[in-house]
Design a protein around this ligand. Sequence first.
Ligand SMILES: [Zn+2]
Length: 269
Amino acid sequence: MQFIDSHAHLTDPAFDADRDVLITRTLPAANIIKSVEIGCAPDEWQPSLALAEQYPGLIVPVLGVHPEYCVKFTDKHIKTFQQFLKGPRVAAVGEIGLDYTCLQEADKQTQQVVFEQMITFADEAKLPLVLHVRREAEDYSVYDDTFSLLKHSWKKSTSRPYSGVLHCFCARYEEAKKALDMGMLLGINGCFTYKKNEYIRQAVKKAGVDKIILETDCPYLSPQGKRGTRNDPSNIPLIAQFVADYLDVPLEELAEKTTRQTKLLYALR
Ligand SMILES: [Zn+2]
């Protein structure tokens, strides 16, 4: 069995003490064949690319500007960003989107402007999107704003089997369906395993194993049973087992399909 962590932050200082051992030993031992590294602020782009350079084939970089950090993104970054996207390695633009839990860091207007810019860069480079959408409490309007902005501004390359991923899927089937209708996949992580999140599990069950990929979003969101400890890509099999049990599909099938779908999304070999 082989797995890919489709969304990780291994350049995070939480991994400073053991990053190399983790990548060269722990990951292969857990059957993790690749980890997609998300550099989501201008000061993270270079470290993410450097990590991918250090571990070719194993670490795959994705670059973007997370809504929480969008005030860090200014006109002076545009050229560099476009150049990075043109390089052969960058597999997607992300994580980008809207986050209404951090409106103090950036108001809705500011977030939307940067999100739209990111969509344009992705279109220019013909890359898929890694979406970060986070709601405040039970207010799902952030999804409406995200999908209407996408409908309005996104050209969406049709040459790819999948147009993007709704990372850290944490919503109802209603929202899942809108993402799936746009050709996206759902990124499933530790949130799926938390006791209170039955609504997420039901939405994912309805979407089915053909529409999901696995991720950790490490160092955050450790799966149930490991909460409170640092998360890392070697927890993917644990998440996979949990998802396989709930969806009632064999673990082998889940591994095979999610790995294949991740490869197709990011155009990995
Ligand atoms: Zn993330």
